[in-house]
Design a protein around this ligand. Structure first.
Ligand code: SF4
Length: 389
């Protein structure tokens, strides 16, 4: 079997194995397609749906899922920020980090209750290097040096690396601050407002999940650094009320961290998923739509309505889930309640007592619900007939 047709055997040296996986992923993406890097937002979405092999493979291969959705003939589910919001966010971030990050460090100092004067003249090391691997190595070195120095240090847009389903994902938080006691804190700078010290809980939740991915990636470096500890609260910096002045709050991400750690560990290895594809299969958007559809459908998905807010392929997967009569299209909560009944047809059949085991609590509950519904409808009809007579 050639390398492009399957994963390399376990005895292959790590470097050759990594090269083989990269080649395979490049083939899947398409020879002229630039890989789309996995960011923390995508990783948080992946961790929220670890059963979706389709997304794991597409994200791992750096496929542009929006372009793929269009090539499949489905509209791409659009999310993310408008150009205006991006520009506003960039301006706000520059303001927060101006003057060597003095204001940012003051906010962190205030929220962690470090005592004494807020830090001034913190070190801001140069993190530039060639390529993401070089930048990640440079960041790791800067973190180690900052911890050993015992001085406040601001790492502006460091590069972190996290192993996701057997492939490295490079992540770039807004900032990481190293305190003199060796504590590393992730800083997330967002442009949504904090009004009366509180921000939109949904936005704070999304920021916390994203920050947890960064904290997870930082832990890998911290384990190799003497005296280092990753803070399990991140500093969320937002505009105060409707002004452009920064304000902040510490957000505890312990729960998000443990969920993300557990979910990412559950992901099937990318090369294992790729092994299930036909030889020569590719997600290149230039391939004909019927061929692309066949390839996409050959990778199992786990559609749920939550995908509409998190994945560009959501409309395509929703259409397929509906066509397959799958109960997942109704939501994960309901799916969990229905146990072994996976299609709407099976559910209706069990409710009408045409199939299913009456001793199964799910089937019994469905039949009870069907009886109650029939009684309610009969009652409504009687009331209607009495009113008309
Ligand atoms: S939309 Fe499809 S590919 Fe994306 S996460 Fe949901 S099921 Fe997976």
């Amino acid at each position: 079997m050639s390398e492009s047709q399957g994963s390399a055997p376990p005895t292959t040296p790590p470097r050759e194995r990594t090269t083989a996986i990269r080649q395979r992923l490049a083939e899947l993406r398409g020879p002229t397609v630039v890989p789309r890097p996995l960011d923390a937002r995508a990783l948080a979405a992946l961790a929220a749906n670890p059963g979706c092999r389709r997304r794991a493979l597409l994200d791992g291969a750096g496929v542009d899922k929006g372009a793929l959705a269009e090539a499949l003939g489905s509209p791409s589910a659009a999310f993310g920020q408008s150009q205006f919001a991006i520009a506003r966010g960039t301006t706000f971030e520059s303001r927060v980090k101006a003057d060597g990050g003095t204001e940012l460090l003051r906010l962190l100092h205030e929220h962690v209750g470090a005592g004494g004067e807020p830090p001034k003249d913190a070190a801001v090391p140069d993190l530039s290097a060639a390529g993401p691997e070089g930048r990640a190595a440079r960041t790791a070195l800067a973190l180690r040096e900052a911890t050993a120095s015992g001085a406040w240090t601001l790492l502006d847009h460091p590069m972190l690396v996290l192993n996701v389903a057997g492939s490295p994902a490079y992540l770039e938080p807004d900032a990481v601050v190293v305190a003199p006691d060796g504590r590393w804190t992730v800083v997330e700078i967002k442009s949504f407002p904090m009004i009366d010290a509180a921000a939109d809980p949904a936005k704070v939740g999304a920021a916390a999940r994203q920050a947890a991915v960064y904290a997870l990636a930082l832990e890998r470096v911290a384990h190799l650094t003497e005296g280092a500890e990753v803070a399990h609260s991140v500093l969320l910096v937002c505009p105060k009320d409707f002004s452009n002045l920064p304000t902040a709050s510490l957000v505890d991400v312990r729960k998000q961290l443990s969920v993300t750690r557990r979910q990412l560990a559950r992901l099937t290895r990318i090369e294992e998923i790729a092994d299930g594809l036909e030889p020569g299969a590719s997600f290149d958007p230039d391939r004909p739509a019927p061929e692309l559809t066949r390839t996409v459908e050959s990778v199992p998905a786990a559609y749920a309505p939550e995908c509409l807010a998190a994945c560009e392929l959501a409309f395509h997967c929703r259409e397929r889930a509906r066509a397959a009569d799958a109960v997942t299209a109704l939501g994960r909560g309901l799916r969990a309640e229905l146990g072994g009944l996976t299609t709407i047809g099976e559910v209706l059949s069990a409710a009408r007592a045409a199939s299913g085991d009456a001793d199964d609590p799910t089937v019994a509950a469905l039949r009870r619900a069907a009886t109650l519904r029939a009684e309610a409808l009969a009652g409504a009809r009687c009331a209607e007939a009495a009113a008309c007579s």
